[in-house]
Design a protein around this ligand. Structure first.
Ligand code: ADP
Length: 167
């Protein structure tokens, strides 16, 4: 039997409870999930790709459950290329609202054209995180708003350290 391997690609700048919710929902579906952190220096991220990977590696053991292995890796370039290199059968994406759908549909169809054997699997976010995005969390936190319960505590601590450094 071959391994059911998926990649879950994204910026994760930073990781939110919405991302964790999607990872938890994926656990029973696959034997191995590679959380694939996109290296996107041109987007001026808050956290370097190494910092984002380190936070994921620290937090993921808390949600691990069952046999599915969780691996953190980073990539640049095409998601479809990375998925093929890793021998993954699926690309996991989260859908929060209709507004995500159009973009995700285009990406899924393009990725299917590039790699016909790799399926995109969409999972619906939990309602309580359906408005949570990394960008919104960064904006609210930077302006002094409360984001408790929407991002892991470790991420909040790291964001505070970042802010204090730049002040
Ligand atoms: P990108 O930069 O490609 O948007 P993100 O890091 O924002 O990547 O997100 C990675 C994946 O996680 C995407 O499929 C996105 O839809 C999903 N996602 C992000 N936030 C949430 C959330 N609150 N609930 C469910 N899925 C989410």
């Amino acid at each position: 039997m071959s391994l059911r391997r998926a990649i879950f690609p994204g910026s994760f700048d930073p990781l939110t409870n919405g991302h964790l919710d999607i990872i938890k929902r994926s656990l029973p579906l696959f034997d191995e999930i590679i959380i694939a952190v996109l290296n996107n220096p041109e987007k001026k991220p808050m956290f370097s790709v190494e910092e984002r990977c380190a936070m994921l590696r620290e937090i993921l053991p808390e949600i691990k459950n069952g046999k599915c292995a969780l691996i953190v890796d980073s990539f640049s370039g095409l998601t479809a290329d990375f998925a093929r290199q890793k021998d993954a059968q699926a690309i996991v994406r989260g859908i929060r609202a209709i507004s995500d759908y159009e973009y995700e549909l285009r990406m899924a169809l393009m990725n299917r054209r590039l790699e016909p054997n790799i399926e995109t699997v969409f999972l619906m976010a939990a309602e309580e995180y359906s408005y949570v995005s990394s960008n919104l969390m960064k904006q609210v936190f930077t302006l002094g708003g409360r984001v408790e319960g929407l991002i892991p505590e470790l991420v909040e601590t790291r964001m505070r350290e970042k802010l204090n450094k730049t002040l």
